[in-house]
Design a protein around this ligand. Structure first.
Ligand SMILES: [Zn+2]
Length: 111
């Protein structure tokens, strides 16, 4: 996975979280301006993400609020399981996609 794809996936997740919040706001009876814009931006971004990666993300999102989580000091911030240090360097330098063996989330490394 290229760095670019990872960034897109993180942006997609941001949009999904915003869409989720907008739905909550509407449930409270407030009028949500810009909701359609969020949906449109989401659709456009999703087209730029490779299908298998997108499918993986969607599967995770069906059960988890955040499907893509950062790793800091070799710790998955989704479930706090320590990741092998070797994964960190490969995840950073080769931009390989790794999922946490404990929680299954897609990982990205914070510098
Ligand atoms: Zn995890």
């Amino acid at each position: 996975m290229s760095k670019n794809e990872l960034e897109k996936l993180v942006s997609l997740q941001d949009l999904d979280l915003m869409i989720g919040e907008a739905k909550e706001v509407e449930k409270l009876g407030f009028n949500m301006n810009g909701y359609d814009e969020l949906i449109k931006a989401r659709e456009k971004l999703a087209q730029d993400i490779p299908k298998p990666l997108l499918a993986r993300y969607e599967r995770l999102r069906a059960k988890l609020k955040r499907a893509v989580v950062p790793v800091k000091d070799d710790i998955c911030l989704g479930c706090f399981l320590r990741q092998p240090t070797s994964r960190g360097s490969r995840g950073r330098e080769e931009s390989l996609i790794f999922t946490c063996e404990s929680c299954g989330r897609i990982l990205y490394w914070l510098d």
